[in-house]
Ligand binder design. Structure first.
Ligand code: KG4
Ligand code: ZN
Length: 349
C-alpha cells in the first residue's frame, strides 16, 4: 500500500446501534460530506433499541446514504483511497450490514478495508484538526458517556488505549433513560430529564452519590436509580418531578466529576480531558467536568454534539489514523459484538 496523501479520500460507515451513518473525509481531516439517519422513531414504540429492527433499517438505508454522500461530495468509487466500517462492539446484525457493505465497496474499488472499533472512533475524534486546533496530542483522558458505554480511557496512541475504569452496572445514559422513564418522560430520557431539571431545586431530594471518594474511576448508577424509584413510589407532584430531575442530574454530575478527578490523577501527562457520547450534551455535566479539568490546568475538549454521538465521520477519521499507522484488515475480518479497546492491533511504539 502506498503512503497516504493529504488529498486521499476515505469513506466511513457506522451501523453498530441505532444510527445509520456515512461520511467522506479527506486524510487532512476535511469533512467532504456526512449523513446520519436516526432510527429513533422505529424504536420509540418499544422504549428501547430492538436489534432486529435496527439491522433491517441499516440494510434499508445505508446504501442510499453512501450514494448520497458520494453525490454531495462529487466522489466516485474510483476516487476512494480506503473504506472504513464499524466492526464492533455493537449489535451484530447492524455490524454485519456495515462491514459487509464496506468490504464490498473496498473490493469493487480495489482499495484497503478497515474494520474500526467504534470506541476507538470516539477516542480519536478530538484528533480531527477541526475539533481541536491542529488535532489533540496523545496522551489524553477520554470519558465516554453514552447509553451503551461508560468508561474512563487513557488514549496513548492509535490502537493503544488503557481502560482505567468502567461502570459496575448501568451506563450513565442508561441511568438517565431509566430514571427519566420512572419520572414519566419519553425515551430516550436524557434530554427530557435535563429540560425538566432546569425548573427544579437540586437540593430538595438528597440522592446518593455512588462511589464518591472511592479509589479508582469505576462508576455505579443502579443505587441512584433505585433511590429515584423509591421517591417516585411515594408520589411526587409536578414541581416534585422537576426537583427530582434536578437532584438526579446534580448527583450524576458530582459523581462524574469525582471519577474524572481520580482518572486525571492516574494520567499525569494528559494533554486534555475529553468527553464523548450522548450524555456529553448535558450542560450541567459539561460544567462540572470543565471545572475538574480546569483544576488540573487542562482544557475540557467536547466535540460538537453531532460528533459526540454516533456518526461516521469518527469512523472515517479512525480509518485515516490507522492507515497512516500502516494498519488495515483483510476481507475476512469478522465483526465483533464484544470488542474491548484493549484488544486492538497497534502502532509500533
Ligand atoms: O452516544 P449516544 O447518542 O448513543 C449511544 O448510546 O451509543 O447516547 C445516547 C444516550 C442516551 O442514553 C440519552 O438519553 C443520553 O445519551 N443523552 C443525554 C442527553 N442527551 C442525550 N443524557 C443527559 N443529558 C442530555 N442532554
Ligand atoms: Zn457510540
Amino acid at each position: 500500500m502506498r503512503p497516504l496523501r493529504d488529498s486521499d479520500v476515505v469513506l466511513g460507515l457506522e451501523s453498530s446501534c441505532d444510527e445509520t451513518a456515512a461520511a467522506l473525509l479527506r486524510a487532512d481531516g476535511t469533512i467532504l460530506a456526512e449523513a446520519v439517519l436516526s432510527q429513533l422513531e422505529d424504536h420509540t414504540p418499544y422504549g428501547g433499541v430492538v436489534p432486529e429492527i435496527a439491522a433491517r433499517a441499516h440494510l434499508a438505508h445505508l446504501p442510499g446514504l453512501v450514494r448520497r454522500v458520494m453525490g454531495e461530495a462529487g466522489v466516485g468509487p474510483g476516487d476512494l483511497a480506503a473504506v472504513a466500517a464499524t466492526a464492533g462492539p455493537g449489535l451484530i446484525g447492524g455490524l454485519i450490514v456495515g462491514a459487509t457493505l464496506g468490504k464490498g465497496i473496498a473490493l469493487a474499488a480495489g482499495v484497503p478495508y478497515l474494520g474500526i472499533n467504534h470506541l476507538e472512533g470516539h477516542a480519536l475524534t478530538p484528533r480531527l484538526p477541526g475539533v481541536f486546533a491542529g488535532g489533540l496530542q496523545f496522551p489524553y483522558l477520554l470519558m465516554l458517556l453514552s447509553g451503551g458505554h461508560c468508561q474512563c480511557v487513557k488514549v496513548e496512541g492509535v490502537g493503544r488505549h488503557v481502560r482505567l475504569g468502567t461502570t459496575l452496572d448501568d451506563a450513565v445514559g442508561e441511568a438517565f433513560d431509566k430514571s427519566a422513564k420512572l419520572m414519566g418522560l419519553p425515551w430516550p430520557g436524557g434530554p427530557h430529564l435535563e429540560r425538566l431539571a432546569a425548573s427544579g431545586d437540586p437540593t430538595r431530594f438528597v440522592l446518593p452519590r455512588p462511589l464518591l471518594g472511592r479509589p479508582g474511576c469505576d462508576f455505579s448508577f443502579s443505587g441512584l436509580k433505585t433511590a429515584v424509584a423509591n421517591i417516585v413510589a411515594k408520589g411526587v407532584d409536578e414541581q416534585g418531578r422537576a426537583d427530582l430531575a434536578a437532584g438526579f442530574q446534580a448527583a450524576v454530575a458530582a459523581t462524574l466529576a469525582d471519577r474524572a478527578a481520580h482518572a486525571l490523577a492516574m494520567v499525569p501527562d494528559a494533554t486534555a480531558l475529553v468527553v464523548a457520547g450522548g450524555v456529553a450534551a448535558n450542560q450541567g455535566i459539561r460544567a462540572a467536568l470543565t471545572a475538574v479539568a480546569g483544576r488540573a490546568g487542562l482544557p475540557l475538549v467536547a466535540p460538537p454534539i453531532r460528533l459526540c454521538t454516533d456518526n461516521a465521520v469518527m469512523i472515517a477519521w479512525a480509518g485515516i489514523e490507522r492507515l497512516r499507522a500502516g494498519l488495515t484488515e483483510a476481507l475476512d475480518h469478522a465483526p465483533r459484538p464484544r470488542w474491548p479497546l484493549s484488544d486492538l492491533s497497534v502502532t509500533p511504539v
